[in-house]
Design a protein around this ligand. Structure first.
Ligand code: KIV
Length: 245
């Protein structure tokens, strides 16, 4: 699974062998330049989800429920999830489980498939004290495993494990029957997810250790832009063939 936020990139992902697109609330940071995913709104997520769906009409598209949208009661959660589904999502992803256990089965019972997200849940970054590995102490690891079991019991079809020790991700994956999708969680989850800009190496200032860049996108894009600027200054662009007569 990879993230996408716009129609063009969604079209490329859809043409690839990736199984699913995540319209992550990382859009707030990656696209809008905001400091954290806390700033994602339902309007923002619906706009990106609709764009992705237009670019990838046949692909499984999972959209993030934004900050607090599952904490304002079931009615508000249904409205937010319904808006994402009408924008084109196939399913929604919900961070955490404790305190909103009622929302997950209600959405599923309403025809909305739910993916969980445990471990480092970025919407809680202010409570977690930063973007840190989770589940390190025996007590934290036990809570993580219990939460994962709860997410499965509540009916989620899959769950993202973010930034937890590889051994814990493996043990918990083995204990579940639903698919686990890892990011910074080692090799033994059922699948992996990467943020598209990390995968493409587009941000030279942010290269998380757990992500792999399959392209030096930053250098490639910068190089192309500088070639364009150089060609214009040297009157090499446009050439005769590029002039519309
Ligand atoms: O918002 C996002 O991109 C995510 C992934 C990091 C899993 O939730």
């Amino acid at each position: 699974m990879v993230t996408a936020y716009d129609a063009l990139m969604a079209r490329i992902v859809a043409a690839s062998q990736a199984d699913a697109i995540l319209v992550g609330d990382s859009a707030a940071m990656v696209v809008h330049g905001l400091p954290s995913t806390v700033h994602a709104t339902i309007e923002m997520m619906c706009t990106h989800t609709a764009a992705v769906r237009r670019g990838a009409p046949e692909t499984v598209v999972i959209a993030d429920m934004p900050f607090l949208s599952v904490r304002r009661g079931t009615q508000a959660a249904v409205e937010a999830a319904g808006a994402l589904m009408q924008a084109g999502a196939t399913a929604v992803k919900i961070e955490g489980v404790t305190g909103h256990e009622d929302v997950i089965p209600h959405l599923i019972g309403s025809g909305i498939p739910v993916m969980g997200h445990l471990g480092l849940t970025p919407q809680s970054v202010n409570q977690l004290g930063g973007y840190r590995l989770q589940g390190r102490s025996p007590a934290e690891a036990e809570r993580f495993r219990a939460e994962a079991r709860r997410v499965e019991e509540l009916g989620a079809f899959a769950v993202v494990f973010e930034c937890v020790p590889a051994a814990l991700a493996k043990q918990t994956t083995d204990e579940l029957t639903i698919a686990t999708i890892g990011i910074g969680a080692g090799p033994d989850t059922s699948g992996q997810v990467l943020v598209l800009t990390d995968l493409l190496g587009l941000d030279a200032t942010f290269r998380p250790r757990f992500a792999r860049s399959y392209l030096d996108g930053h250098e490639a894009v910068l190089g192309a832009l500088n070639q364009f600027a150089g060609d214009v200054r040297a009157a090499r662009f446009p050439a005769r063939a590029e002039v519309i007569a």
